[in-house]
Design a protein around this ligand. Structure first.
Ligand code: NAD
Ligand code: UGA
Length: 473
């Protein structure tokens, strides 16, 4: 299979396209990998020392291959035309208007990528869906490509990505599985085999699963729905723990010891965030509705409802325990990213919590080790679902959110504060000097641990009033 060098082009240099292609290039030195994007600042950043995303281990992987067989470029059409395998890893946000608004996936970016592929291709292509898409998208993509084909043969594959942010490189090096869906025709099987050979450079054969197209597309939505459902399940139980004196950590441990359930992904929290869980479940709900399955749609909708409930429950607890008002009080927020080890704030629960506190007229002081003031102000000013439509990004209005300050240190954030909310589980929040923080706070000093990262007993000894998620007071 190696007469000529295989060329890969990936459309979309984001959280998925960048790290995924960097790892393919590292593991397959004989394959040329070019990542293209319409965003020039993003491509410039990938070509600089300051990569556009923060991800442990990413710098090393990129440095090893960049300029050798890994390239980042804005010359989208040239590299698409030259490629044998084209990954499409563009954003697939929730529609904000029109049919299915607030639920359905917006395939604008995907469709324009497909039309561009059809326009510029002069040789046969394997087109790989890397983005998370509604089941049956491959059929639509096939239509766009083949109706414009000029005799070129296109094979569409579904190869969804399962990496999690913060552990992307680890996940890509040792994936639980790689999933490839394709047509069950001879040409389809050949295309599946070609993609399989790429991954086989480092992924054991028995971890590469091949299925039909629709199974692959649907498995991605199902996997995210199952993962999010575990969090909503444990978060629902956390509310009952608070009401009864049970401890959610003990309950989760006992439940997770059952090997059929398993111990992972059972941490109660202020709610899940991130760019995908909510978007993908809404997408699943919409597909169920379109297929005449309202019972199934409602079942999955509950996962989101519980998540929204958990976030507002957190805010209510803050306000009610601080004598029913936070008006004019300084509240420190430690952590703004949607999880630790990332600077990503897409759909972070911190946005909802801050909106809730601002609704009660709090003064908020925020510290996150990886998120800039600019990003936080933009996030707080944006309306729901707008964050993933980069083309419509509004510049920050300079008067936005005077009640919010962003500082570069946890001690500065907590100075003079009445309450302290931990919203991201950054490791550094476990080892802060809480005595020093206590000494500089208003009394009574409240801690609301939205991630259960601090040792509540120790903090109580210092004098704090501590509220953890799902634990006795
Ligand atoms: P992202 O927004 O970080 O990256 C998408 C990139 O595509 C952007 O840089 C954008 O400029 C570019 N783009 C859009 N249209 C383009 C076009 N026509 N031509 C060239 N470039 C174009 O998004 P992401 O987080 O990387 O997610 C991409 C997809 O992968 C989504 O469908 C998402 O659901 C899925 N996914 C994400 C994760 C994750 O952890 N972020 C994990 C698994 C799957
Ligand atoms: C998630 C999935 O884990 C990936 O497999 C998937 O590829 C990805 O979505 C995607 O499709 O985008 P990600 O969102 O990056 O990855 O991060 P997770 O580790 O899943 O965390 C998501 C949210 O759930 C975070 O806010 C996290 O803090 C929260 N969470 C996670 C909990 O509240 N409790 C837990 O036990 C685990």
């Amino acid at each position: 299979s190696s007469q000529k060098m295989v060329k890969i082009c990936c459309i979309g240099a984001g959280y998925v396209g960048g790290p995924t292609m960097a790892v393919i290039a590292l593991k397959c030195p004989a394959i040329e990998v070019v990542v293209v994007d319409i965003s020039k600042p993003r491509i410039d950043a990938w070509n600089s020392d300051q990569l556009p995303i923060y991800e442990p281990g990413l710098d090393e992987v990129v440095k090893e291959s960049r300029g050798r067989n890994l390239f980042f470029s804005t010359d989208v059409e040239k590299h698409v035309a030259e490629a044998d395998i084209i990954f499409v890893s563009v954003n697939t946000p929730t529609k904000t208007r029109g049919l299915g608004a607030g639920k359905a996936a917006d395939l604008t970016y995907w469709e324009s990528a497909a039309r561009m592929i059809a326009d510029v291709s002069k040789s046969d292509k394997i087109v790989v869906e890397k983005s998370t898409v509604p089941v049956k998208t491959a059929e639509a993509i096939e239509k766009i490509l083949t109706h414009n084909s000029k005799g070129i043969n296109y094979q569409i594959l579904s190869n969804p990505e399962f990496l999690a942010e913060g552990t992307a490189i680890e996940d890509l090096f040792k994936p639980d599985r790689v999933l490839i869906g394709g047509r069950e025709t001879p040409e389809g099987k050949k295309a599946v085999q070609a993609l399989k050979e790429v991954y086989a450079h480092w992924v054991p054969e028995d971890r590469i699963i091949t299925t039909n197209l629709w199974s692959a597309e649907l498995s991605k939505l199902a996997a995210n729905a199952f993962l999010a459902q575990r969090i909503s399940s444990v978060n629902a139980i956390s509310a009952l723990c608070e009401a009864t004196g049970a401890n959610v950590a003990e309950v989760a441990y006992a439940v997770g010891k059952d090997s059929r359930i398993g111990p992972k992904f059972l941490n109660a929290s202020v709610g899940f965030g991130g760019s995908c869980f909510q978007k993908d479940i809404l997408n699943l709900v919409y597909i169920c509705e379109c297929n005449g399955l309202p019972e199934v749609a409602n079942y999955w909708k509950q996962v989101i409802k519980i998540n929204d409930y958990q976030k507002s429950r957190f805010v209510n607890r803050v306000v009610s325990s601080m004598f029913n008002t936070v008006s004019g009080k300084k509240i420190a927020v430690l952590g703004f990213a949607f999880k630790k080890d990332t600077g990503d704030t897409r759909e972070t629960p911190a946005i909802d919590v801050c909106h809730g506190l601002l609704g009660d007229k709090a003064q908020i002081s925020i510290y996150d080790p990886q998120v800039t003031e600019d990003q936080i102000q933009r996030d707080l000013a944006m309306s729901k679902f707008d964050w993933d439509h980069p083309m419509h990004l509004q510049p920050t209005s300079p008067t936005a959110f005077k009640q919010v300050s962003v500082v570069w240190d946890a001690y500065e954030a907590t100075k003079g504060a009445h309450g302290l909310c931990i919203l991201t589980e950054w490791d550094e929040f476990k080892t802060l000097d809480y005595q020093k923080i206590f000494d500089n706070m208003q009394k009574p000093a409240f801690v609301f641990d939205g991630r259960n990262v601090v040792d509540a007993e120790k903090l109580r000894e210092i004098g704090f009033i501590v509220y953890s998620i799902g634990k006795p007071l």
